[in-house]
Structure formats: C-alpha cells, structure tokens
Design a protein around this ligand. Structure first.
Ligand code: MN
Length: 150
C-alpha cells in the first residue's frame, strides 16, 4: 500500500509533488506570465484550491463567469480589477469575486503577485469581454489605464 504523506512541504511558493502548470492553454485567452499549481482537488470536496503566480508585469485574463472566486493574496502585491473598480492588493488581502463580475489580476513592475484561488470543482467556462463590453469598462479612465497593454 502506498503511504502518501498527508503533508506536502512548501518551498519558495512551490509544493512537493505539485506540478507547475501553464495558467491556461496558450491561445485560449489573453494573459501574460502566469503559472498555476492545483493544490487540492478531490471529488468529495467539490471545490479546488489553486495557486497562481503572476510574474512582474504579467496579468491574468480579463473575464467573468457564473462561479465565484475566493482569493487570498499569498505573495507580493499588485492590482486587481473587480467589477468597475481598480484596487491595490497586498499580501494577505482577501478578494471576493462575485458571480458574473469582471476581474483581472496584475502584478506590479517590481514584484510577483501570488494568490490562492478557491473555486467550484464543476464550474462554467469564463466569458471574455466583447468589444462593446470592453469599451464600457474603459469609459472609466482608471480602468482604461489598468487595462492598457492587454
Ligand atoms: Mn476567473
């Protein structure tokens, strides 16, 4: 019988026996310099806990969907767009992304942004903004500045 340890040790924002994967399939959506580690996934849990790490200057996809995200910033700092608001985020901040809320995370130029993200194991696919939806978001100059270059 395989005796797997219940503890996977943490080393420099990597966990033992945990693969560092691409954030998403390349070409599936716009994103830059971001990796994914799935920390917990079990059919009984009905949720997944993932760790994403955005390198300096990188960003996650601007998207929205039916499922929620519960996010804990674990490393570094950056900014996030949640709904129509751009906010600075720092280590240990908690971010709740409600149903169908536009969201994107960006690392600052000088530090990575690492965060835990809890989601439903079964969830809907993310929607990307149409040109009209993106223009509506960009009507706020702060949001336009945030989205510039992505
Ligand atoms: Mn999302």
């Amino acid at each position: 019988m395989d005796k797997k340890s219940p503890i996977r040790r943490f080393k420099s924002f990597r966990w033992e026996e945990t693969e560092v994967l691409a954030y998403k399939e390349e070409g599936s959506a716009p994103f830059k310099a971001i990796t994914r580690q799935t920390l917990f996934r079990d059919p009984d849990l009905k949720c997944e806990l993932r760790y994403f790490e955005v390198s300096p200057g990188g960003y996650s996809t601007l998207e929205r969907h039916e499922h929620m995200h519960a996010v804990l910033i674990l490393r570094g700092r950056g900014e996030c767009l949640v709904g129509g608001q751009v906010r600075a985020v720092d280590t240990n901040d908690l971010v709740t992304i409600e149903h169908w809320t536009w969201h994107q995370f960006r690392a600052g130029p000088d530090a990575p942004l690492g965060f835990l993200c809890m989601v439903n194991a079964e969830r809907d696919k993310a929607s990307l903004p149409t040109d009209v939806e993106r223009k509506a978001l960009e009507s706020d100059p702060k949001v336009a500045a945030f989205l510039k270059g992505a």
